[in-house]
Design a protein around this ligand. Sequence first.
Ligand code: ZN
Length: 458
Amino acid sequence: MAADRRIVIENCSIATVDAHDTEYADGYVVIVGNRVESLGAGRAPEGLENVVRRIDATGHLVTPGLVNTHHHYYQWITRGLATDHNLFNWLVALYPTWARIDEPMVYAAAQGSLAMMARGGVTTAMDHHYVFPRDSGDLSGAIIRAARETGVRFTLARGSMDRSEKDGGLPPDFAVETLEGALTATEATVKEHHDPSFDAMTQVAVAPCSPFSVSTELLREGAELARRLGVRLHTHGSETVEEEQFCKELFGMGPTDYFESTGWLGEDVWMAHCVHMNDSDIAAFARTKTGVAHCPSSNARLAAGIARVPDMLAAGVPVGLGVDGTASNESGELHTELRNALLINRLGAHKEAALNARQALRLGTYGGAQVLGRASQIGSLEPGKLADLVLWKLDTLAHASIADPVTALVFGAAAPVTASFVNGRQIVEAGRLLHVDEDAIARATRAEAQRLAQLAGR
Ligand SMILES: [Zn+2]
């Protein structure tokens, strides 16, 4: 899009999710090029030049696009398996299948994962990919290609595993890389794909999988590599009681202390789950500004527990939301996680005061931007920030009788997306993806899921 082309969106409610939670009951947004130029109450200013499109958004709420902070796209073709398992039993059941993935499978699974999220209002997606079977092709390249085709902004967390069963880890020996191999491939991926610029569409993070599948050396040297290259760090942390026991037995300390000892607390780090955190763990995250990807549905699906999100927020820990892999959250949607985060946290210690609708929306937008290190660029609607935004249709049967639009979005059914913009470019129109063929993707994912099942002998 030419830098001076304007799109005007009018007659909508707006939740900006800025520092003051500014909202407009009836307002406008002007996009110029890939940025938000202006927004406010009432009609757009008169006399704007180069207006290529004017959208009457009556009946809609406009919010910043949703930001997903934790996912494993390849799991799209292993959904609905090991449905009554805790984390460790689920992993052990699925590793042998996952170890058979190849490039066409990973590409189709990424397309499916991305399509599901994008049509539900995600504008910045991420994939933590950590299964790299030998000779399986260019998996990172395939994932990035799928993200580019869908049109979303994207962070690839280049994962790795090097602690297999023979070293006391959980994955089978054939599912892991060597320490050297993982570090070399991760560095190459950063150099090939990471864009540090303000309006980057693709970024890469260094992301060894978890304490129970990665050596201490890979954690330590991975952190050094990320800091040398100036990229972020991501992993799983404190997900289950079993992980805590594993860390205490092997390292003589809990997960947070173990992460601190390997260089894994810091404002350039975000960690998925963080369910089993005591007060001093939360204080350590707050002190170091380590981010958290809260994945409420996955935590419920695997009976991991309830993360202490209200305590984290009160302490000043940056918290975003994550779908997590779709083998542990089959819906694959992020907008439903706004509601699930609110509901599940109310089952915890803070009861009905745990989270409100606006805090839930903030987790899914600005909070996600914070943990991805992009809060100056995305996550709220403010002049000068990137034009990543969603028009939620709230005037149909599902929501029309709820007066407050943010309450309707978070408490109500999953709202239809009339339009979604990323970097000023529209990627969704009336709930359909504009740049990829959703039906073709559905067929491809089914075929690749069947091929994988056959290869794995299921
Ligand atoms: Zn995960």
